[in-house]
Each structure stands twice: as structure tokens, then as C-alpha cells.
Write a protein that binds this ligand. Sequence first.
Ligand code: SAH
Ligand code: MG
Length: 209
Amino acid sequence: MDQEAYLRSLLPESSDHMQQIEKFAEDHNVPIMEPLGIHFLQQMIRLKKPERILEIGAAIGYSALRMLEAAPDSRIVTIERDEIRYEEAKRNVQEADASEHIHILYGDALDMSEKVAEHAPYDLLFIDAAKGKYEEFFDLYTPFLSEDGVIISDNVLFKGFVADDSEASKRMAKLAKKIRNYNEWLTSHPDYHTTIIPIGDGVAITTKK
Ligand code: SAH
Ligand code: MG
């Protein structure tokens, strides 16, 4: 058994509703966070105890619901630009009885700063949308963070292709290059500390200096 399979074997079982959403994501090719990544994110949230969370990239609401599991009193604003996924996310949030905690905005995250500002400041910014736009999301939304706000970016190792794209398709290699640029920009940013954890698809943890 490889190390990842071993670590997965230690994970607790998801609730029925979460399993249902995981199955839906698999059947419909929705790129939700991987089990080890989502558990790591939940643990970061238990440590951080954010009151408000901003998520870029809701998909079908899975990670938002998982974050709420880890911080049951938090308020989460999450943005999704795909209408079908947005509708599915709303349905999932309603089914989980979480509509009071999770507010889903429909639209392109790069145009949503006014609505996002209404619920600011946020203690955690979770970036998990278009992989080529992370730097733009970061610059647009870090001003809405509280003083000790934290930024978490998902998929920063992108299927292993960020470190080595020799086996990647042209399209994947292009995306990997954008993420590589983001990682370099982020890790050398004068105002932030960043550590990249090789769990799930690669998760970057960023704090303000
Ligand atoms: N966080 C989710 C997965 C998100 S997948 C989870 O782990 O459960 C990434 C999502 O970001 C996709 O559904 C895609 O439609 C959305 N997205 C990509 N670019 C976006 C943008 N500019 N604005 C809003 N949503 C975007
Ligand atoms: Mg992701």
C-alpha cells in the first residue's frame, strides 16, 4: 500500500449526505477536493476557528459544507459562475439545512467584490476556482481579510504536473505553468509567509507577515 492509500485508510467515514455529494461529483466530473485534502482543510479550520469564510469556487457546495462541519457557527460566502453547479450547490446546502450559514453567490468571482464586501471582513479566504487566475483572486480579495486572516489555495501541485509536466497534455502543461507562476509569486511575496503541503492536490497555507 502506498503512503496515500495508507493515510486514506485512516480517514473517518463521511456522513451519508457527504457521501451522496461525493458520488454525485464523481458521476458528473465535478472536481471537488480530495478526501485527504478536505480533511486537512477541516483541521486547519478547527485550528483557525474562522467566523467568516470566503470561498472562490463553490462547485456543488461540497467544500463549503465540509468547512461548515469544521466550524459550525461560521458564515461562509462562496462564489460559483457555472449555473448548473450553482443550482446544485444551493440544493445541497438546503438539504443540509445550512442556508443560514452558507451564502452562495452566482457569477464570475472577478466581478463580485461589491457583494463580497457586504459580508467582510473574512478570517479565511479559500481559493479553489480557475487555476490560471489565482493571483487575481488573491489580489482582489485579500483586502477583505481581517488582520490575522489566512489564505488557503487548493490544487497548487495540480496532479503532480506543477513539479514535472513531462507526462502532461499540452493543455494540462499550460495550466501547470500558470500554477507554477502563482506558487513562485506567492512564496516570494514580501507581505506573506507561505507553506505548500503535498496533500490532496497540493494545498498552500498563507499567513500575513
Ligand atoms: N471548492 C469546490 C470545488 C471547486 S471546483 C469543492 O472542493 O467542493 C472549481 C469551481 O470554480 C468550478 O465549479 C468552476 O465553475 C468555478 N470557477 C472557476 N472560475 C471561476 C470564476 N472566475 N468565478 C466563479 N467561479 C469560478
Ligand atoms: Mg480544488
